[in-house]
Design a protein around this ligand. Sequence first.
Ligand SMILES: Cc1ncc(C[n+]2csc(CCOP(=O)(O)OP(=O)(O)O)c2C)c(N)n1
Ligand SMILES: [Mg+2]
Length: 624
Amino acid sequence: MTAHSRIRLTMAQAVVRFLSKQRTTRDGREQRLIGGVLGIFGHGNVAGIGEALQESRASLPYYLVRNEQAMVHTAAAYAKMRNRLSTLACTSSIGPGATNMLTGAAGATINRVPVLLLPGDIFASRRPAPVLQQLESSQSQDVSVNDCFKPVSRYWDRINRPEQIITALPEAMRVLTSPVETGAVTLALPQDVQAEAYDYPAALFEPRIWTIARPRADRDRMREAAQLIRSSQQPLIVAGGGVIYSDATDALRRFVEATGMAVCETQAGKGALPEPHPLVLGGVGATGTRAANRFARDADLVIVIGSRLSDFTTASKTAFQHERVRFVTINVAELDAGKHAAVPLVGDAKSVLEELLKMVEGYRVGPDYAETVRLLQADWCAEVDRVCAPGIAAPVTQAQVIGLLQAALEPTDVIVCAAGSLPGDLHKLWRARDPKSYHLEYGYSCMGYEIAGGLGVKMAAPDRHVYVLVGDGSYLMMAQEIVTAVQERLAFTIVLLDNRGFASIGGLSEAVGSSGFGTRYRYRNTSTGDLDGDPLPVDLAANAASLGARVWNADTLGALRAALAESRSESRPSVIVVPVDRESRVGGYDSWWDVPVAEVSTRREVQTAREAYDAARRKERDFL
Ligand SMILES: Cc1ncc(C[n+]2csc(CCOP(=O)(O)OP(=O)(O)O)c2C)c(N)n1
Ligand SMILES: [Mg+2]
């Protein structure tokens, strides 16, 4: 090959060949950036990307999935499991196939995980316009449904000429592999251009390695942070997903063991300091533990590592009540590091923690601090045991199921969850014994992520046992990827908690005075007009079996334990349906979540809820 060598390929062939050559490296460990392509074909991609994938299937595997939204969740879960060093690409047709990916794209961008989306697009030439599924505008012909991806993508491009990929693809890879900018990357590929040939420079297809850097923070800011630490009485670390993505869990452990500081976790950060550990206080914020929330309330310094500080983490800005509380943030992204008027340590979690530890050498929390942590942890352990204790009567409760799973699973097994009442209960009750064992999509909390996500986790970590925890609502929204798992002979276990509707939003509805209106899966009652008739005759077990899964009905904890044991040796997806009591919920612990209640209402319950809301809001703080 000379510097001027050219290869004649269609644009789609060139995209596929390029993607198969991309790799990432960090700390000397190298891997593929794009592990494969998920997709559903239609007229917008079958002759372009479809043809190219068939030709290159030995170098870039293709997986047929069942739903385009689900495939983006699968890719996001894969990327999360691989600590954002590797992901999957998603190909769709134009129109509905493309827009189905929007929700997944938003989820990936909000969770800061890389996914590469390749929606087909309308003809660049416009010759046969309007084509099937084309959006028309009276103001412009330069519009397609793919423009909807702009706000939910970190990089967006439309390839109207085949040579544009020569600059677009490297940019797309830069954004995908950037810990700061990563999220959904969308390259809209017009269906005519996909099939068009061009003499591409051969150099475009040379193997390329993207190095994931570990940037260090500004020296003066580091000194300022070290000074704050030295003068703090009750510091607390909030560990977010960034700790795990950065592979900084050992660095965090060394930091806390040297300083004696306690750690609480966000949903994405659970497992950052694997349990059991004497300095873990568990989840913090709206769904936090009593231990973490009590400690957070009085902390005078909060060191936030790799978190975007969402309202769930800060209990809607009520979690930290110390009058002069200060924040130090460690984050690769300036956007996050600047929150809560923190001293921003803009850099990689691992390298910043290692450096900061040297700068605070000799500092250690006092004996009272250590004793408080010990007492809070012991109190919380007793509370978890109490809440999860098996009862004598049926139906079983969700907390009991969680307790049983905790005892039955191995430390490296992975649990996957996203929406409903499970994430909050897990955040409180689960003990993550490995940094990659607790996989919660809670940036978008998207119903339907669970099973699609479980598929992605299994693809990313085939050697681990994967357990998807899903509510009946989420299951009914998106269960079809069970079929994809059957097709790929991927075995994972889905524990389906059936409480006949939305326990979470039902509970929230009660809390805002609306008595669970419209949240139960029941017949419409002809006399009241409401959904409070008999339970619906939905057979979720039969539904799962019809998709090819091995299925168990587990009405008791004993039956669940037996089914879990059997499912471990299955070679296809397993579904264990567990009816659970909708009304036995795990409560909140010294926390709050800001959901505004109607300011005027004819209902007395709403008026009472509003009074409570106004009172609670007074605790909300501005950190300026
Ligand atoms: C796609 C989507 N739609 C709506 C919501 C709002 N929502 C959050 S939880 C929930 C109910 C979930 O029901 P289920 O899966 O049965 O879990 P449960 O609440 O019963 O634990 C709803 C409607 C959401 N998070 N995602
Ligand atoms: Mg439910």
